[in-house]
Structure formats: C-alpha cells, structure tokens
Write a protein that binds this ligand. Structure first.
Ligand code: MTE
Length: 331
C-alpha cells in the first residue's frame, strides 16, 4: 500500500512565509508525526539562502563517461531569452530523491557508480537489447543545446545540455508500430542511494512520454552539461530533458527504456495523482493544487518572472496537444 508523504518540492508555501513562522509550523508538524518529511524539505526558502549567501560545495567527482566526445558543437536552433544559470548553482541545487528529499544531495550522489552503465531497451521493439552507455556515444553524435528548465516548484534555470536527440535514440531502438509510449526507469541501488531505503516511495523513479513526444525534435537525452560530462547529481550518465514540461518529467540516471502500448504510471503520479499527472506541460494559467504557476524564480536571482506556456516552446510542441483547454495536459 502506498503511503502519502509530503515532498520537498511540494512546499513553496514556505517561500511566502516568514522563516520564523515556517519553523513554528515545522514544530507543529513534527508534533503530529509528520516532521521527518517536512524537515527534510528546504523548498524555496533554501533557494533564497543559496542564492544570497553561498553556492554550496558539491564535492563532485568527475564523470568519466564519454569524456573524449566533449565539447560537442552547439546547435543554433535553440536560443535562450535569458542568461545561462551559474554552473555552480545548477550543480549544487538539485532534486534527486534517490539521494535525499532536500536540495544539497550532490555529495551523497557521488556514491553512484557510473561504470559499467548498462542501458536496457525492451518491450515493443524489433530486437530487445542491452547496450553499454559507451556504445551510445559511438552510435549517436553529441550536440549541445541551450534550454530553459522549469521546475514544478516554481524555480527555473537555463542550462547548456550536451547529449543526443531522443528521436535518434528511438530510431536506434526500432519500436514496433504498436508502441505508443516510452517508459523510462532510473537506476535502483539502495546500497548507494539512501532515499531508496525509504519504502514509502515507489522506487525506481519512472517517467514516460508518448512516442510523439519522444520523437519531437526538442526531446533530448543529456549526457553532459556546460561542455563536459554531467556530474552525478544532475543525472549522469543519461538523463531525459523535455523543456516544455515540468522538471520532474526529466528522469535522471536512466537504465531502461521500455516501449509499450500502455501509458506508464510515473513516479509522482503514483504517489499523488491528484497533483502530478502524466502530461505535466508547463502552463502559467493552470495552478498547481496548492500554488500558482504564473511566475518563476530563475536560480541565482531574487526576481520572479512570468512563466510561459509550454515554457516558451509552444512553436515546437503545441500541435501535440490539440485539446489545450483540457487541464489534464498541464498537471
Ligand atoms: N530523476 C530522478 N531519478 N529522481 C528525482 O528525484 N527529480 C526531478 C528530475 N528528475 C528527480 C529526477 C525533478 S523534480 C527535477 S526539477 C529535476 O530532476 C531536477 O534536475 P536538476 O537537479 O538537474 O536541476
């Protein structure tokens, strides 16, 4: 049976609350027996501290995977309307629940072994296979793309990702005509990922896309950031990037791609379907059940700026959602 627990990124209300009041509320919740989960949640209160006072030390070890293939040529097709986020913030303010339900998981994430890293492709494909991550580098040319990233918690960043178009990966996988969805599964290894010892989460982390989404030109499988292999905390060695959707869709450290005719049940949807759906397209006019999505705070700034429909990527993806007045597409 699933136990419903509050999560760190569900708590932006703290951002609109004086710190003292926030702490008092924590005490009350602790008294109710809910404190463990809430205390682990820094939310936007921590983001302000991080932006203002320091960029935490990630303690990152180098990711050696595919190192010889960097830097990759930058694609001119994807332009940003804002400066890139400081690399130090991108690599020290992370959501990666396998390593903890707070933002400073970078040191803990260093325990994840990246070599060998097998990627399994199965389900409705012509030939199921398991590849070593290095085989992907040999078969798919890398490129760099500048994308905005909008977290459901209402913070955002702009990142130079290196990787390959998911469309090229799908072509390599050769799905059969009956495949309608791609289910992606992150690693599972409770020996190195303490969060995975928390049995109330339905591990492993699972996400999914329709085939049309996965083969949209924007869908990207990232292996690196800022011109080098991605640090572990950002989802090394292979992570989804779908910039028109809320960040929780971008599964990290993927080990398996299953092509299926059934819509996959995502990790957060399984925990709280009333608040986190399968589609999760960014829309400033559809609030989260407990907060507005109208604005966002770019990491490294103290400012809120308007959020854009599909995070500004409507020209690439709006045609995928012809019934765009259906709110289900935006949660
Ligand atoms: N993937 C896994 N496996 N585990 C996670 O907890 N968090 C998601 C997403 N992918 C998550 C994940 C969320 S909520 C966000 S906003 C982004 O990763 C954060 O990516 P970043 O840490 O690189 O900013």
């Amino acid at each position: 049976m699933l136990i419903k627990r509050p999560r760190g990124w569900e708590l932006p209300e703290s951002a609109a609350t004086r710190e003292t009041a926030f702490i008092d509320r924590r005490r009350v919740l602790a008294g109710l027996g809910l404190g463990g989960a809430i205390l682990a949640a820094p939310a936007l209160f921590d983001l302000r501290r991080m932006n203002g006072e320091r960029a935490a030390q990630g303690g990152a070890q180098e990711n050696p995977v595919g190192k010889a293939f960097y830097p990759a040529p930058r694609s001119a097709a994807y332009q940003l309307d804002r400066p890139l986020t400081d690399e130090k913030l991108t690599t020290t303010y992370n959501n990666f629940y396998e390593f903890g339900s707070h933002k400073q998981i970078a040191p803990a994430a260093q325990a994840l072994p990246l070599k060998p890293w097998a990627v399994k492709i199965d389900g409705l494909v012509e030939r199921p296979m398991t590849l070593d991550i290095d085989d992907l580098f040999k078969q798919l040319p890398l490129e760099e793309r500048l994308y905005r990233h909008r977290c459901v918690e209402a913070w955002s960043m702009a990142v130079p990702w290196t990787g390959f178009p998911m469309r090229a990966f799908v072509a390599l996988a050769r799905p059969m005509s009956g495949a309608k969805f791609v289910r992606m599964e992150s690693f599972q290894n409770p020996d190195v990922a303490p969060g995975q010892k928390q049995a109330w989460y339905p591990w492993p982390y699972v996400e999914g896309l329709t085939i049309e989404e996965a083969t949209n030109e924007l869908a990207f499988l990232a292996t690196g950031i800022y011109g080098r292999p991605a640090p572990k905390q950002n989802g090394a060695p292979l992570r989804l990037v779908v910039p028109w959707k809320y960040g929780f869709k971008s599964a990290k450290s993927i080990v398996r791609f299953t092509f299926t005719d059934r819509r996959p049940m995502s990790f957060w949807e399984r925990i709280q379907p009333a608040e986190y759906g399968f589609w999760a397209n960014v829309n400033p006019n559809v609030p989260h059940a407990r907060w507005s999505q109208a604005t966002e705070m770019p990491l490294g700034t103290q400012k809120r700026i308007p959020t854009m429909l599909y995070n500004g990527y409507g020209p690439f993806v709006a045609h995928l959602y012809p019934e765009s007045n259906d709110r289900r597409f935006f949660m």
